[in-house]
Design a protein around this ligand. Structure first.
Ligand SMILES: NC(=O)c1ccc[n+]([C@@H]2O[C@H](COP(=O)([O-])OP(=O)(O)OC[C@H]3O[C@@H](n4cnc5c(N)ncnc54)[C@H](O)[C@@H]3O)[C@@H](O)[C@H]2O)c1
Length: 313
């Protein structure tokens, strides 16, 4: 792979700051771009927190290591300045196809053709983002999961134009950052993870709508059965463990009854229309009143880290 020494991350929000943190921790220089100084300052504080926690968790944190790592970070308001000297660019601006296309059009001109350009879109077509560029072959998707500093897996998405070298460079870079890259060979909406996640969510919302069980009980069935199993065995390997004859038998009688609506479920539309958006508004499918978003997310991250240790043991 072309040697990567400096990564530019565009967008310093939820995903961008934590992608910047893992890149710094991987020994790379990082240029971080956003639209205001205050967003960049806030992102810098969050990056310092992530790095301190990671370095503290290590057995032998060296003296001054934190300062050395953070010294690799440079922030920019200008795209042209922020991509100068970058060997790899990751875009993490809001999920808006027109905005992403506009940024990639500019990157296509600003970055030499050997620089790989990656989008962290959750599911917009990478092929659409790359279309109309002079060098579309160097564009791939890098779908990190939230929180990106903890979740190991990244989907590397090949567009209709992506060349193998861009895919290989991205996979090598992610391995260097101690991530687990998986190559998605077809640029399908939602890639792999979000398709699976939303297939389960659609069925769960449908059962809630039909009064099959309470929201808590439906979630508990997932957490205490599938959730535990999925730590060890994915849905395909699990079919092998059960026996494919049994999988076929169940598919024949159960699939006709599974929810296959092309429309969002009524309960989702009703909740959104009445401003019940979940944790951020205090009410959703559950009652979150009086709960701090930060505390919920911090508890979740703590548990994820413990589970990961268990998975890797
Ligand atoms: N949040 C998640 O759980 C999650 C998970 C996986 C993927 N993603 C994807 O990652 C991308 C970023 O999501 P996010 O949650 O970090 O969003 P966010 O809103 O938290 O952050 C986006 C940042 O981009 C900045 N920005 C907007 N326009 C810009 C521009 N022209 N130049 C530079 N910066 C600009 C914003 O100021 C903001 O700080 C989206 O495509 C999203 O779908 C998000």
């Amino acid at each position: 792979m072309a040697e990567i020494k400096r990564v530019t991350v565009i967008g310093a929000g939820t995903m961008g700051h934590s992608i910047a943190a893992i890149s710094l921790r991987g020994g790379l220089g990082v240029n971080l771009i956003d639209t205001t100084e205050s967003i960049l300052r806030d992102a810098q504080d969050k990056i310092k927190k992530i790095l301190s926690a990671q370095i503290r968790a290590e057995d032998t944190p060296g003296p001054g290591l934190e300062a050395t790592v953070i010294s690799g970070l440079h922030t920019f308001l200008s795209l042209a300045d922020g991509v100068a000297g970058a060997d790899f660019v990751i875009e993490a601006v809001p999920e808006n196809l027109d905005l992403k296309k506009e940024i990639f059009q500019r990157l296509d001109v600003l970055c030499p053709p050997e620089v790989t350009l990656a989008s962290n879109t959750s599911g917009l077509p990478i092929t659409s983002i790359a279309a109309d560029l002079n060098h579309p072959a160097r564009v791939v998707g890098t779908h990190f999961y939230m929180p990106a500093d903890i979740m190991p897996l990244v989907e590397v998405v090949r567009s209709e134009y992506s060349e193998q070298e861009a895919v290989d460079t991205t996979v090598d870079l992610l391995r260097l950052l101690k991530k687990k890259p998986v190559v998605v060979n077809k640029d399908i909406p939602g890639f792999i993870g979000n398709r699976l996640q939303h297939a389960i969510a659609r069925e769960a919302l449908f059962m809630l709508d039909r009064g099959v069980a309470s929201a808590r009980d439906i979630d508990d069935v997932v957490r205490y059965t599938l959730g535990l199993r999925f730590l060890h065995t994915g849905p395909l390997e699990q079919r092998d463990l059960n026996g494919l004859d049994i999988a076929l038998n169940i598919a024949e009688y159960l699939y006709p009854d599974l929810e296959d609506s092309k429309e969002p479920p009524t309960i989702l539309k009703e909740k959104v229309a009445s401003g019940m958006l979940g944790l951020k508004s205090g009410q959703g499918l559950f009652d979150w009143s009086g709960t701090s978003q930060e505390e919920v997310m911090a508890r979740k991250s703590e548990k994820l880290e413990k589970l990961l240790e268990l998975m890797e043991s």
